[in-house]
Design a protein around this ligand. Structure first.
Ligand code: BDR
Ligand code: CA
Length: 339
C-alpha cells in the first residue's frame, strides 16, 4: 500500500508558515456537541481567522443545525460579525440520517432548554440562504488562500466543487473530520458517521484533486474528555463562554449520550487541532475512495493504494496522534479562552 509518512518537522514547518500569516478558515458543520467544541477551539485560537460558519444537515436537521450555529456564534463570538450561512438540507443522493441519540434532540445535549442558555429566535434569523455560494465566495475572494474545515457530511463542499470547481481550486486545503482507515466504524462496523451520511459527497471530495487533510476515527478515538476536571475548571471561570462550555461538556458526558462511561470523544476538535499543532500528528499520504451503495460497505473509506498520477486526491491522513498532549492543549485553550 503506497503511502508516505510526513516527518513531524515537515508538518511543523508547514504549520509555522501558516501560523505566521494566520489561516483564514470557513467552518462547515452540523452542530453537534463536538462541532460546538471545535468551533470554540477555532474561535479562541490566534492562529486561525474564522471568516464564516456554514451549516449542513447531519447530526440534526438543517434548521436545527443552523439555529445551533447562530446560537453558538452569539454565545462564543458575540460582536465579531462572523458570517453565517445555511447549506444543504439533505445528502447529494439519499435521505438524511441524523444522530440525535448521540447529541440530544436539540443537537447540543439539551443545553438549549436550560433557562440560562436558552436559544433565542434571533439566533437563526438573518441567515443568508446559500452556504454553497458562501463557501465559493470566501474561497475565491480571500486575499490569502483559505482553508475549509468540514466537520459534518461533505454535502456542501461537494456541491461547491460541482458549482465552481475553478474557484474551489484556490482553497489552501479542505480539512475533513471523517472516515476510518483501520479503526472500524462508529455507525456500521466499517463506516464513520459523516461519510456514512453522504458517501457520494465524501467520495467526490476525495476524487477532487484538491489538497485534502483527513482526520479519521483512527485518531479521534484516542482523544477524549473522560473526567469532571475539565468541566469544573471551565465552570469555575467567570466568563459566560467558559461556563457554557463547562455545562455543555458536563451534559454531553452523561451516560445517555456517550454510552461510554462518560467518555466524550473530541472528533471535530481533532480536525482543528491538525491545523494548530500538526507536529503532534503522524500523517500518511493515501489516495482515498468512499463506498456508495446501500450494502454493508456504505460510507466505508479505503486507501486505493494508487501511487501514481491519477486525478484522485492523495489526501494527508492522520493515522496517529500524541493523544495526551493534544487533549491537554485543547483543554487549556478552551479554559483560557484566548485570554
Ligand atoms: C462525527 O460524527 C458526528 O456525530 C460528529 O459531530 C463528528 O463530526 C464523528 O463520527
Ligand atoms: Ca460534526
Amino acid at each position: 500500500m503506497g503511502h508516505r509518512t510526513l516527518r513531524a518537522t515537515e508538518m511543523s514547518q508547514q504549520g509555522t508558515r501558516l501560523m505566521s500569516a494566520g489561516i483564514p478558515v470557513v467552518i462547515d458543520s452540523d452542530p453537534g456537541v463536538d462541532d460546538a467544541l471545535a468551533l470554540a477551539l477555532a474561535l479562541v485560537s490566534p492562529e486561525l481567522s474564522v471568516r464564516a460558519v456554514t451549516t449542513v444537515a447531519g447530526n440534526v436537521d438543517l434548521a436545527t443545525g443552523t439555529a445551533n450555529a447562530g446560537y453558538l456564534l452569539r454565545v462564543l463570538a458575540a460582536g465579531r460579525g462572523i458570517r453565517l450561512a445555511q447549506g444543504c438540507a439533505r445528502p447529494l443522493a439519499r435521505e438524511l440520517v441524523t444522530a440525535e441519540e448521540v447529541h440530544g434532540s436539540d443537537g447540543l445535549a439539551g443545553i438549549t432548554g436550560h433557562e440560562r442558555w436558552r436559544r433565542r429566535s434571533s439566533d437563526s434569523t438573518n441567515v443568508p440562504s446559500d452556504t454553497v455560494d458562501a463557501i465559493i465566495d470566501e474561497v475565491a475572494n480571500s486575499p490569502e488562500p483559505l482553508t475549509v474545515i468540514a466537520l459534518g457530511p461533505l454535502t456542501n463542499v461537494a456541491a461547491a466543487l460541482r458549482r465552481d470547481p475553478a474557484a474551489m481550486r484556490r482553497a489552501a486545503a479542505i480539512v475533513v473530520m471523517g472516515g476510518s482507515l483501520h479503526a472500524g466504524g462508529n455507525v456500521t462496523p466499517q463506516a464513520e458517521f459523516n461519510f456514512y451520511v453522504d458517501p457520494e459527497a465524501a467520495d467526490a471530495v476525495m476524487a477532487s484533486g484538491l489538497p485534502v487533510v483527513v482526520t479519521p476515527l483512527d485518531v479521534t478515538h484516542q482523544l477524549a474528555v473522560s473526567d469532571a476536571t475539565v468541566e469544573s475548571r471551565l465552570q469555575s471561570r467567570s466568563e459566560p463562554r467558559a461556563a457554557f462550555l463547562g455545562e455543555l461538556i458536563q451534559r454531553a458526558r452523561a451516560e445517555e449520550f456517550t454510552g461510554r462511561g462518560g467518555k466524550l470523544l473530541l472528533h471535530d476538535p481533532a480536525a482543528v487541532a491538525t491545523l494548530l499543532w500538526p507536529e503532534l500528528f503522524t500523517m500518511q499520504a493515501h489516495a482515498l475512495a468512499v463506498d456508495g451503495g446501500d450494502g454493508d460497505q456504505r460510507g466505508a473509506m479505503r486507501s486505493t493504494g494508487d501511487e501514481g498520477g491519477t486525478e484522485r486526491t492523495r489526501a494527508e491522513v492522520a493515522v496517529d496522534v500524541e493523544a495526551n498532549e493534544v487533549v491537554s492543549r485543547i483543554v487549556e485553550r478552551l479554559v483560557a479562552g484566548g485570554a
